[in-house]
Design a protein around this ligand. Sequence first.
Ligand SMILES: NC(=O)C1=CN([C@@H]2O[C@H](COP(=O)(O)OP(=O)(O)OC[C@H]3O[C@@H](n4cnc5c(N)ncnc54)[C@H](OP(=O)(O)O)[C@@H]3O)[C@@H](O)[C@H]2O)C=CC1
Ligand SMILES: N[C@@H](CC=O)C(=O)O
Length: 356
Amino acid sequence: MSRVGYRGEGHPLRVLFVGFGNVGRTAGEILQDPKRYPGVADLDLATVGLITRTRGCLANPSGVDLPRALEELKTRGRFAPDHPDRTDLDGLTAARTLDYHVLVEISPLNVAARGEPAISHVRAALSRGRHAVTANKGPVAWAHEELCALAEEKGAAFLKETTVMDGVPVFNLAERCMQGCRVLEIEGILNSTSNWVLAGLEEGLSLEAAVRVAQEAGIAEADPSHDLEGWDGAVKVSALANGLMGGELTPDQVERVGMSHLTPETVASARTRGRRFKMLCRAWRDEEGVLKGRSALEELPLDHFYASVSGAGAALTLRTDLLHTIRVVEEGGTSLVPTAYGVLSDLLALRDRMNF
Ligand SMILES: NC(=O)C1=CN([C@@H]2O[C@H](COP(=O)(O)OP(=O)(O)OC[C@H]3O[C@@H](n4cnc5c(N)ncnc54)[C@H](OP(=O)(O)O)[C@@H]3O)[C@@H](O)[C@H]2O)C=CC1
Ligand SMILES: N[C@@H](CC=O)C(=O)O
């Protein structure tokens, strides 16, 4: 892996978190538990800024006290008013002014604002030659080409492994292990919440109750209609198409069919016909070579590959010219640890590229 530009004064890796909700807190908790997760224990990290929208913001050039910050969020739901590192900085000002090596963008996906303000946060970091890691899909879905070009120009890195299938290495797989191989078509179940809600409907839960379960687990989007109406899938398939097929597909160009109208009865009736509903995403090029995308509810026969993807699982199929068809499947629960690991794995990759 090539080495990249900005190193500042070297150790530790100085990180600014823009957004610090479910994913950020889980990443913090992993770092506090080296016995359980020894593989990431040597990630020497100084958190120079923690920015939230309503729970307060902290900044300290030597690194905020992360265990204390996590404890305050857990016990009070916000940073203490008398916390010595309290600041009034917002995400953009922090990105423009604080001294950090890496900005980690983990604020919520905003479809109506076409990925803003996350795009501006990442742009501000890259413009200063600082690296950016995003779990927020907005920057990859709406501004991939611009941000990659900016990163290249400034000698910075723009990493995005967490944006699709949590921390499962789909971008790294294609970018690092498939040199020379072209991805021709992408297909998959990419939204875990809708898959889990469909399982809940099959068990007889109402749509609202099934969504509540996903919200309580922290896997639903801040606005769960993004999950149910195919927006999250449209954003992810755009991110994949842009990253793996060299395209410029935006989520608004992706055809969507949502599932908010489903009930336990409609799902049960499909079962009596030997069918199961799934939210499927696809990206392909048409005869003129134009990139197309779809994120839509489909009825599949029970013996179809995707019909077997259960619970909050996800699956991705890549059709390629040199490797035929590749499938990556994520199973095993609803913990946010794999998502937080995605962010930490990008930070570990960056640390190695910076030769710290
Ligand atoms: N949860 C998951 O399973 C996965 C999530 N992701 C993506 O990761 C990102 C974070 O997810 P998650 O942690 O679950 O989200 P949460 O809603 O739990 O947390 C979002 C955080 O961002 C803060 N925030 C909101 N608006 C702004 C803003 N304008 N500037 C700075 N901070 C802001 C929130 O503050 P406050 O609480 O005060 O509003 C909160 O701290 C999202 O983009 C999501 O799509 C990706 C993969 C999986
Ligand atoms: N809401 C998303 C979270 C991860 O991207 C999902 O359910 O897949």
